[in-house]
Design a protein around this ligand. Sequence first.
Ligand code: MTE
Length: 321
Amino acid sequence: MLIRKRNPSDPKPSEITDRKSFHERRRFLQMSSVAAGAMLVPGWLVSEKAHAATKFQDVKPGPFGTDEKLTPYKDVTTYNNFYEFGTSKSDPSRYAGSLKTQPWSVVVEGEVAKPGRYQLEDLLKGRGLQDRIYRHRCVEAWSMVIPWVGFSLADLLKRFEPTSKAKYVEFTTLYNPKQMPGQRRAVLPWPYVEALRIDEAMNPLAILAVGLYGETLPNQNGAPLRLVVPWKYGFKSIKSIVKIRLTEQQPRTTWDAAAPNEYGFYANVNPHVDHPRWSQASERRIGSGSIFAPRIKTRMFNGYEKEVAQLYAGMDLRKNF
Ligand code: MTE
């Protein structure tokens, strides 16, 4: 996989608003990268300045696309939740420049035959990257449509050879209050932890993302590696992952520990189960016009019912929210 630094003559991501122009741009990039052959360098060897996005080459279109209008790049990257950088939506894009994403390694431990500390480059080696255009539904009842760049979580987990005791997968975000000023305040128990049941983690929809709109992830979106689980509320999609642990017992997740009545372990998007303080029946699509734009109906499992409903057969989703 090859990536190169942004060329000033390239179209800006904010110019792209729908899938068609996104893929036209991809073709343009592939052509221009041939012309700029001398500038091509192997991915992750590029020294990346804070927020200097680099473009991925050889990203293949992935499954599960949607023809819904993409949320503009500007909204995807300036309206964020990343409490490690503050609790307002604009804080992450303002303050996440202090996060150093190179070098980056991920510790893999617990119920696996091949534990260890893996450099991000090694985790990505030989792993085909895909565009995965997913609906992204936050528990706060807003949503986006985001063209992620990522790879199958299942494929990665298999590489570590989970044992028969591995029932859950726990993910942990970096803990570094110097780089993440929000961690100096006890707004959440740090570090941020999230987890999936192993069969959820093995579902083909679940990915680890390294980019969006064809470029490396901006820090505010969870650089350099984040989870994306599109049938669940956004808080499950943990950012800036430094540890993956496979466990026999259900892990204690950050939001479940902070407010167990409000945020359950499963957190499946479900229009029939309201949050104790607001309805989950509809959502506001970010970037779709003014705040008075009509709300859209929330779909069961965020519209991915066909792909994931069988994971919860026989479970009472009112209790297991
Ligand atoms: N991961 C970490 N480490 N810290 C966070 O505060 N917020 C979560 C999730 N992952 C969060 C996190 C929430 S509530 C949401 S809605 C999504 O990230 C937001 O992802 P986005 O900013 O890329 O849209």
